[in-house]
Design a protein around this ligand. Structure first.
Ligand code: ATP
Ligand code: MG
Length: 289
């Protein structure tokens, strides 16, 4: 099982949204992490054959993204997925199943099975307009799974989920990644650090880091420090270095900071996290929460 992306590029007028990305994905969960506007949706839409690239190609086991056989192995949850509020979950899935070419009895059987997998089978006869954000996202994943895809592409599937739903979601994704390629985008670090075997960090249309959590954290290993300094020094430091965390402590300031050398006498070097790396790369554009 191999999904290959070769020098994939998308240019809008004068904006290069995806810039010559080459990647090979095999079985497992991939987390596409990037700030707003990094190019995640553009990349995913080209991987789904919905958006025509300016140049480059996408192939699964040698089948081109534009070939109808590719459609059969693909499941997709768009970022702006439209639900039909007056449909029940079951009606909705059966309808989507028929669009994907399943016979009526098969669509019904498959829908019931999927509602169970995403743990909303008790809500199969409720109208979608009464669903919470998390329930809708799970329904969205279920519709993407109707054709039992080998490639599952989920664009910001955790948007709007509460912490409890996030945990359930992570478990679901891990299961789904056991025998297919799952690619999910997010700008929330904690959504992928435990489940993505490979993290793809995207910035300005390029994949700037790719690897396991440990591998990509190495980029700033030994450069994350914590210190407590007085406010004048804190101000100097924050003008020079990316700040991960800052909080007032009485008349002093606690800082977590990324810099090449020890920022102050008593600063301690701490273990880097994915969040440190993310904030390091995206803090200057002010996109982080
Ligand atoms: N149809 C379009 N025409 C012109 N520019 C576009 C179009 N679609 C996207 N862009 C631009 O391409 C860049 C990448 O957008 P994209 O939606 O792929 O980012 P994203 O990483 O998915 O962001 P978000 O996290 O906000 O969903 C942005 O600068 C965006 O403004
Ligand atoms: Mg997007």
């Amino acid at each position: 099982m191999e999904l290959t992306i070769d020098r994939l590029t998308k240019q809008y007028q004068n904006k290069i949204a995806v810039d010559r990305i080459s990647l090979t994905l095999t079985k497992g969960v991939y987390g596409l992490l990037g700030a707003n506007g990094a190019g995640k949706t553009t990349l995913m839409r080209m991987m789904c054959g919905i958006l025509r690239p300016t140049s480059g190609e996408v192939k699964f086991n040698g089948i081109d993204v534009n070939h109808e056989d590719y459609r059969d192995v693909l499941g997709y949850l768009p970022q702006d997925f439209g639900y039909y509020p007056e449909f029940t979950a079951m009606e909705f899935l059966c309808y989507m199943g028929s669009l994907k070419g399943l016979t009526k009895p098969r669509a019904k059987e498959k829908s019931a099975e999927l509602l169970d997998i995403v743990s909303i089978s008790n809500m199969s006869n409720r109208k979608i307009k009464t669903f919470s954000g998390g329930m809708k996202q799970r329904l969205g994943i279920a519709q993407a799974m109707l054709n039992n895809p080998k490639i599952l592409i989920l664009d910001e599937p955790t948007a709007g989920l509460d912490p409890k739903e996030r945990v359930r979601f992570r478990n679901l994704i891990s299961q789904l990644g056991a025998d297919r390629i799952v690619l999910l985008s997010t700008h929330i670090v904690s959504d992928i650090e435990d489940i993505a075997g490979t993290i793809l960090m995207m910035k300005d249309g390029q994949i700037i880091h790719k690897g396991s959590l440990e591998e990509i954290i190495k980029a700033i290993d030994g450069r994350v420090f914590e210190c407590i300094v007085d406010s004048r020094i804190a101000e100097e430091l924050t003008n020079i270095y990316p700040i991960i965390n800052l909080r007032q402590e009485n008349d002093k300031v606690f800082l977590r900071i990324v810099c090449n050398n020890k920022p102050s006498q008593d600063a301690i070097c701490v273990k880097a996290t994915l969040e440190d790396l993310y904030l390091y790369y995206f803090s200057e554009v002010g996109e982080n929460e």
